[in-house]
Write a protein that binds this ligand. Structure first.
Ligand SMILES: Cc1cc2nc3c(=O)[nH]c(=O)nc-3n(C[C@H](O)[C@H](O)[C@H](O)COP(=O)(O)OP(=O)(O)OC[C@H]3O[C@@H](n4cnc5c(N)ncnc54)[C@H](O)[C@@H]3O)c2cc1C
Length: 550
């Protein structure tokens, strides 16, 4: 019924609707939890608005390990409920909610001790597979001999590894997936406004009745009225509770996690690898012909908006990986680096961040105001459902149960049929099968919108750059349909060029600005300003790689 396009016209309408309408639910925060909450509430028939101070997924939700998983490490913490819940979510995403975006991925868990390791890891992975319940799209785990490991992953050192267990999890481009949830919420009528920051709450006696939000473009302060305000601000939760004068039932501590990106040639393996480290686990994750390695887990107290990796973080990841990899990874191999901050809910200030639970907490410190924090990317839908369940108690109307467990995201419907049609579409359009596969796994059945752009202007069918798979049409589409409003949005989140390219995309920033300028109505001055801002952002990220940050 509603259009799912995020673009300048939609943005203008959203900002004016914020002031005009009276909402049932106002969501603060456009990370995966916030957009999930907006979708949950909108699909229950509620009138919903969401404000995000930056871009969709510009916080933690673009900086994760990008795994949709039960979390093997939580088994060791006996957190079986969290594991089971997450595995059920994984199944739903891979099969129904987002099969175009969430893909199975195989991992090897290398063993170093014949009897002890194999028994312990084997038992853990049996439990992991059993906890899924009866819905089992992903294959059961399998034991491999040392010879079997050498065939699948020649880069694993035979002098330290005596075998492995192969098991399956799933992965996703987190920023893209979050944006697609936002588009789905839009499709079901939610108002989505990025670049709009919540500053204060509006209170009527002892009840919150909305919020004052500021549009960064115009500088205008807008009064939004809502039956209930739902905060999904992740690592910003403590700061906002204080700003809003609320006393919450929890606090959110930040734990920094760093990832490095390597070229495909750095590691010879057909599958991902999971390695136990002294404090946690290290993942070696296949990423579109490259590898993502991470992560670290250290307490953090710096700038929330721009966490940066240090040389120490990068060295730690390389050292851990080199315990089992040959040839060794060197700092010169690293293409990209990114850091993110985990929102860990705690009530005690002296707990180590590796021990804090990844489970989420819903809190209602005042009538008309509910918040949720903690959890994992994988369990976003459950967090969203739980917070909206509590929020609806503040509404004077009868509200039905959540239906998001059966609600496919935009692009999911028809995806499998389109996969089968790739050869036919390729011969009809002249676009290579490789490019069509790439497009289908990013847009699903919305691919038709990209193909229409190329049909109108064939130059948009060209690759943006020879060494990455993105077509120019995808850059245009990022601004015309996916809500990108500056060069950084395109390079860091609609595409992942910021960590996939050794120069963090600085070399293509100008061309990207030229492609999106007509959609955004930019003058040449606006264009230059956006490129300059991206260069400054990228230079700080590149400094992490070069070991300048300490
Ligand atoms: C290194 C790392 C690896 C991880 N790996 C995994 C993994 O593999 N699998 C997994 O399941 N989970 C993983 N996680 C956890 C997962 O990424 C997070 O739990 C999840 O992304 C948190 O989402 P969120 O929406 O709660 O927070 P965020 O994504 O941070 O969203 C909060 C949003 O609120 C906005 N905001 C703040 N203040 C305001 C305001 N005043 N007005 C409006 N908006 C505001 C921010 O701009 C931000 O976009 C990982 C986390 C990290 C850090």
């Amino acid at each position: 019924m509603f259009d799912s396009r995020l673009n300048p016209k939609q943005h203008r309408t959203a900002v004016s609707e914020l002031a005009r309408q009276s909402f049932d639910v106002l969501v603060i925060g456009g990370g995966v939890t916030g957009v999930g909450a907006a979708l949950d509430a909108a699909s229950r028939g509620l009138r919903v608005a969401l404000v995000e101070s930056g871009d969709i997924a510009s916080g933690t939700s673009s900086r994760s390990s990008k795994l949709i998983h039960g979390g093997l490490r939580y088994l060791e913490q006996y957190d079986f409920r969290l594991v089971r819940e997450a595995l059920q979510e994984r199944e739903a995403m891979v099969t129904t909610l987002a099969p175009h975006l969430v893909k199975p991925v195989a991992f090897l868990f290398p063993l170093q001790d014949k009897v002890k390791d194999r028994t312990y890891v084997g038992a853990g992975l049996t439990l992991y597979d059993v906890l899924r319940g009866f819905q089992r799209t992903l294959p059961w785990h399998k034991h491999l001999s040392q010879k079997g490991v050498a065939e699948v992953a020649p880069s694993i050192r035979q002098d330290v590894v005596i075998g492995a267990v192969k098991y399956f999890d799933a992965q996703v481009d987190d920023a893209r997936h979050t944006m697609m949830i936002a588009r789905t919420a839009l499709k079901y009528g939610a108002i989505i406004a990025t670049g709009v920051k919540c500053e204060t709450l509006i209170k009527d006696g002892s009840k919150v009745v909305g919020a004052n939000v500021r549009d960064s473009e115009s500088g205008n302060l807008i009064k939004v009225s809502a039956g209930v305000t739902v905060m999904c601000a992740g690592i910003w939760s403590d700061e906002l509770h204080e700003q809003f004068g609320l006393t919450p039932g929890y606090e959110v501590r930040m734990s920094k996690g760093v990832h490095i990106v390597l070229p495909g040639s750095a590691i010879a393996s057909e599958v991902g690898i999971v390695l136990k480290t002294p404090v946690s686990v290290l993942f070696v994750i296949p990423w579109d012909g490259k590898w993502i390695l991470g992560t670290t887990d250290t307490e953090y107290t710096g700038d929330r908006a721009r966490p940066l990796a240090t040389r120490e973080d990068v060295d730690y990841i390389i050292d851990q990986a080199n315990r089992i990899l040959a040839p060794e990874i060197r700092i010169e191999d690293v293409i990209g680096v990114y850091a993110g901050l985990r929102p860990l809910v705690s009530s005690k200030a002296d707990t180590s961040t590796t021990k804090l639970s990844r489970e989420h907490t819903v809190d209602r410190p005042m009538a008309g105001f509910v918040s949720v924090a903690g959890g994992k990317y994988t369990t976003y839908r459950i967090m969203a459902e739980d917070v909206i369940d509590v929020a609806t108690q503040d509404l004077p109307i009868e509200v039905g149960k959540s239906i998001t467990d059966k609600l496919p995201l935009v692009g999911a419907e028809g995806y499998n049929a389109l996969l089968n049609q790739i050869p036919m579409i390729s011969s009809d359009t002249g676009i290579s099968e490789a490019s069509l596969t790439h497009l289908l796994n990013r847009y699903g059945s919305l691919i038709s919108e990209i193909l229409t752009l190329i049909e109108r202007d064939s130059s948009l069918g060209e690759l943006l750059t020879e060494d990455l798979p993105y077509l120019k049409a995808e850059i245009f589409y990022a601004a015309s349909h996916e809500g990108a409003r500056c060069v950084e949005d395109v390079i860091a989140r609609r595409t992942r060029i910021s960590f996939e390219s050794p120069d963090a995309g600085i070399g293509v920033a100008d061309e990207i600005a030229c492609i999106i300028a007509p959609v955004l109505g930019w003058s040449s001055r606006d264009r230059k300003r956006s490129v300059k801002a991206y260069e400054q952002y990228a230079e700080r990220e590149l400094a992490s790689k070069q070991g300048v940050n300490s």
